[in-house]
Write a protein that binds this ligand. Structure first.
Ligand code: NAD
Length: 357
């Protein structure tokens, strides 16, 4: 198979981690007979420096024509003082919008080799932690109108509107069921249906969609309980689907439990066309250019791209197994270093995974 992949390194550690993603792609291509054609384009601070905008049109066009997009990270202190509307992060929001990416998939997986990094007691984590949080990305309170701030009865009031149409709920629910079907066949829909009208519609539509997925076990949970259950008994969850604001919070909570921000990939998908695959961490300006970054979240993002965009399930599994094997052999970047292990830099970690492949 031939696939065109746009690489957006962005800022900070972005270029370093993307170089390791390239090594992985090259090896997978050789081993499985695929051709991955990569092209590099600007986003974030790097784009501001070169073209005075965080998302040049040329980048948008390239992404739309690609089969998938791999992103490093954007932002850094250099661009913190510039006007909000052209900040690096705007580039990220804009490319998500341009590509119509409404579903954000964030697996929070605790590798057994890194269990000491987990911030929960060993008896709570038990056999391990492997939760997929699916967050709706383009609706809800973050985008709903009317919104704003005004003066009423002599005091300031501010408001946002958590609004969802049934088509928006239906399409994210489908992603939830489809993803659960490829995993443990258990989907937990998180809402606040005891209080919010929007959540009542959410639940009704999720129940309608469930009729097409009799093989997936569906449960519902209120968001406050879900936040609690994630730290009390995370092993009960397989796949979670929820709206934008709840998902923002729960996906961060699930991620932080694993204790290793440098290990967590993500995927943002639309109805069709290229998805965006990126590590969940930022541009880590404090360690940029020092060969200290952990490239594994990026390498695991490549695995997600192969699995979810190209249905290359075996190829994805091979990458995930290689990462496990390298950890088992005791190799660690600085962020996940423990006594008795071997510390390596970003480039060496990329080489080790590539050699394994
Ligand atoms: P960050 O994720 O960049 O860094 C937080 C901490 O984790 C830092 O100590 C960093 O060194 C460490 N870290 C992050 N990734 C690592 C990796 N791969 N290997 C080893 N250590 C790693 O978050 P921050 O410091 O809050 O933000 C820095 C910049 O990144 C800001 O400009 C922020 O806006 C931006 N940011 C971008 C994204 C994105 O592009 N998706 C996400 C979050 C933050």
């Amino acid at each position: 198979m031939t696939k065109n992949i746009v690489i957006l390194p962005g800022d900070g550690i972005g270029p370093e981690i993307m170089a390791q993603a390239e090594k992985t792609l090259k090896k997978i291509g050789e081993r499985f007979g695929h051709q991955f054609k990569t092209s590099y384009h600007l986003i974030g601070g790097a784009a501001i420096d070169a073209c005075n905008t965080p998302l040049p049109q040329e980048t948008v066009d390239a992404c739309k024509q690609a089969d998938a997009v791999l992103l490093g990270a954007v932002g850094g202190p250099k661009w913190d003082a510039i006007e909000k509307s052209i900040r690096p992060e705007r580039g990220l929001l804009a490319i998500r919008k341009e590509l119509g990416l409404f579903a954000n998939l964030r697996p929070a997986k605790l590798f057994p080799e890194l269990k000491d990094a987990c911030c929960l007691r060993p008896d709570i984590v038990g056999q391990g932690l492997d939760v997929m949080v699916i967050r709706e990305l383009t609706g809800g309170a973050y985008f709903g109108t009317p919104k704003g701030q005004e003066v009423r009865d002599g005091e300031r009031v501010a408001y946002n509107n958590m609004i969802y149409s049934e088509s928006e709920i239906r399409r994210i629910a489908k992603v939830g069921f489809e993803t659960a079907r490829k995993r443990g066949k258990k989907l937990c829909s998180v809402d606040k249906a005891n209080v919010l009208d929007v959540s009542q519609l959410w639940r009704e539509v999720v129940l309608e969609v469930a009729k097409d997925y009799p093989d997936v076990e569906l449960t519902h949970m209120y968001v406050d309980n879900a936040a609690m259950q994630l730290v009390r008994n995370p092993g009960q969850f397989d796949t979670i689907v929820t709206e934008n604001l709840f998902g923002d919070i729960l996906s961060d909570e699930a991620a932080v439990i694993t204790g290793s921000i440098g290990m967590l990939p993500s995927a943002s998908l639309g109805a069709s066309g290229p998805g965006l695959y990126e590590p969940i961490h930022g541009s880590a300006p404090d360690i940029a250019g020092k060969d200290l970054a952990n490239p594994l979240a990026t390498i695991l993002s490549v695995a997600m791209m192969l699995r979810y965009q190209f249905a290359m399930v075996q190829e994805a599994q091979v990458i995930e197994d290689a990462v496990s094997a390298i950890l088992q052999e005791g190799y660690r970047t600085g962020d996940i270093m423990e006594p008795g292990k071997t510390q390596v830099g970003c480039a060496k970690m990329g080489d080790l995974v590539a050699e394994r492949l």
